[in-house]
Design a protein around this ligand. Structure first.
Ligand code: AGP
Length: 613
């Protein structure tokens, strides 16, 4: 977590840093701060504030600072509460060196004790402050790069740093281990950031730092050096194809709402890019060699976190049904520590929007260590997981800013389904007829998604009836059991109401005790092979006076008669249903959160990209 940004060039740094931080606030918003070179006073100007970036901007009102180099930070607290003292940048006692950090320094405690013994006084409770004091302890005028390298060598953990010093004003220094850092290449100016969105208004030419690499960034030049070999690394810049306007709100009150309504287009684009002559599925990032390996695998693991884990659960049903191979979906934080029995005959699929989630990245590294074949299904282009996996498929959802994942989820479901059908053709577990039939139906899904979203007004009316309630139960079966989990996650993360997702068949094993006339139960019951079982569950809820909010197939009179509120999806094959039913639940969560006055795009305690364990 945490967003970091740096600028050096011929423009005024402060507005550029603040703009960059606006784009990075999704990574954390417990505090914000900047440090800029104050050329007139030959000093560092440092200002920080607890809370969101808006609080820092308030502090900056009336301050006119001209500076052409600076660094900025937006924090998601790990060590030390959200406060001004714990906000970054952190500086050395003489205010010569300022540092920003994303990650965790695992051995900070012992280093802090050593430094204290040497007389260093700490002004914060953060692990980060250790790093700046370490640099200062090695620093002699003119050797900042060397001091930075020596300090980094002593640190354990995972981090991205950017350092600015008044003594060496012509450069910014950066280092990356595990956490992302991208360098934006401008004309007479250069940028550093956790994510390209921070500098995309200025340049789309990017150099990604790899693990254990240093960068010395001046306004004219970027020099990357490997910590391990000490050699200079020559890397070609990549070009980012999406524009900053894609990452802005486009007239919607929140990014989340914009992203919900973008889904028909995203679904359409994802399918059309993957179909050759409308009849065959292809992935430009998969080689013949990888295809040969796919043919030989004996088991598939789907490994991911949060919403992406729910996509993995849907993938589990899809792959099991059409590829007829053992599949296991698991959360990355369990997978990485359970000593999984995997080897060269296994395929480990990592699903992630950001491509930077710490647990998923660790799972990828473990799978590679154990010689499994790894495939990343990733949204953020050029992210660490996308680059490190053996093979990779981009989900093409475009930038997702709302902390609550919406369009990235349905793009993950769609990509998993395309991959399932691709693999089934490759391994000959589906016949040509069934394949074509499914593809024909697949192409209708974006249009169906648009139809589902037309119920937004009715969903809002339903949300108005229930937004004051503190407990919600979500039930589904088969492909829509993960939808129940995802609907519940959406509601709790943005509205802070308690919501629990359950496999409907499990209701009688405990949750049924919750049902009374005040308990809303969201029942996801489109046409499927377990439809009748869902109807029995709904009858059981009604018999106990529970409030039934149902999502079913259009014109399902039976379900309508059982439900207090009914929302529909068009009639379709059950394998596609979870892409459509979840849209209702995203809108429901959004409306409930707005009615409760929640900060939808930046819910408390969360961050978009979870780069800590
Ligand atoms: C989704 O709404 C969440 N905020 C969260 O669960 C997210 O899906 C999870 O942190 C995984 O992120 P990733 O897809 O970037 O790996």
């Amino acid at each position: 977590m945490c967003g970091i940004v740096g600028y050096i060039g011929n423009q005024n740094a402060l507005p550029i840093l603040l703009k960059g931080l606006e784009h990075l606030e999704y990574r954390g918003y417990d505090s914000a701060g900047v440090a800029c070179l104050n050329h007139q006073k030959d000093s560092l100007f440092v200002i920080k504030e607890k809370g969101k970036l808006s609080a820092l901007k308030e502090q900056l009102k009336g301050i006119h600072l001209l500076s052409n180099a600076g660094i900025g930070h937006t924090r998601w607290a790990t060590h030390g509460e959200p406060s001004r003292a714990n906000a970054h940048p952190h500086t050395d006692p003489h205010n010569r060196i300022a540092l920003i950090h994303n990650g965790i320094i695992e051995n900070y405690s012992s280093l802090k004790s050593d430094l204290r013994r040497k007389g260093v006084r700490f002004r914060s409770e953060t692990d980060t402050e250790v790093a700046v004091h370490m640099i200062a302890s090695f620093y002699k005028k003119g050797n900042l790069t060397e001091a930075f390298r020596k300090a980094v060598e002593k640190l354990h953990g995972f981090f991205a740093f950017v350092v600015l010093s008044k003594d060496e004003p012509g450069q910014l220094l950066a280092f990356k281990r595990s956490n992302p850092l991208a360098i934006g290449l401008g004309d007479g100016e250069n940028f550093i950031a956790s994510d390209v969105t921070a500098f995309l208004p200025y340049t789309n030419r990017v150099l990604y730092l790899e693990d254990d690499e240093f960068a010395v960034v001046t306004r004219e030049k970027v020099t990357i050096t490997s910590l391990k070999t000490g050699k200079v690394v020559n890397r070609k810049p990549s070009t980012i194809r999406w524009s900053i306007s894609q990452a802005q709100k486009g007239g919607y009150p929140h990014f989340m709402l914009k992203e919900i309504f973008e889904q028909p287009r995203v679904l359409e684009e994802t399918i059309s890019k993957r179909l050759r002559k409308g009849e065959n599925i292809f992935f430009d990032t998969l080689s013949k060699k990888i295809d040969r390996k796919f043919k030989k695998i004996q088991k598939i693991y789907l490994v991911s976190c949060g919403t992406a884990y729910h996509a993995g659960l849907v993938g589990n049903y899809m792959l099991g049904k059409y590829v007829r191979i053992p599949v296991e979906a698991t959360v990355s934080s369990e997978f990485r520590y359970e000593d999984p029995v995997i080897g060269s005959k296994d395929l480990v699929i990592l699903i992630t929007q950001s491509g930077e989630t710490a647990d998923t990245l660790a799972a990828l590294r473990l799978a590679k260590e154990k010689k499994a074949l790894t495939l990343a299904i990733v949204n953020v282009v050029g992210s660490t997981i996308a680059r490190d996996a053996d093979a990779m498929i981009y989900t093409q959802a475009g930038p997702e800013i709302g902390v609550a994942s919406t369009k990235a989820y349905t793009a993950q479901l769609e990509t998993l389904l395309l991959f399932t059908l691709y693999l089934a053709r490759l391994r000959k577990t589906i016949n040509a007829d069934d394949f074509s039939k499914l593809l024909r139906e697949f192409k209708k899904i974006p249009g169906y998604a648009a139809a589902v979203l037309k119920q937004a007004k009715a969903i809002e009316t339903c949300a108005r009836k229930h937004y004051h309630r503190r407990n919600f139960l979500y039930l589904g079966r088969g492909y829509n059991f993960p939808t129940a989990l995802e609907g519940a996650l959406k509601l709790k993360e943005i509205s802070y109401a308690h919501a629990h997702g359950y496999a409907a068949g499990e209701m009688k094993h405990g949750p049924i005790a919750l049902i009374d006339h005040e308990q809303p139960v969201i029942c996801i019951a489109p046409e499927s092979k377990t439809y009748d079982k869902m109807i029995s569950n709904i009858e059981e809820i009604r018999a106990r006076e529970g409030i039934v909010i149902a999502i079913g197939t259009e014109k399902d009179k039976n379900l309508m008669s059982l439900a207090d509120d009914f929302f529909s999806i068009p009639k379709t094959h059950e394998v596609f249903s979870s892409i459509l039913t979840v849209l209702v639940l995203q809108l429901f969560a959004y409306k409930v959160a707005v009615l409760n006055g929640r900060d939808v795009d930046q819910p408390r305690n969360l961050a978009k990209s979870v780069t800590v364990e």
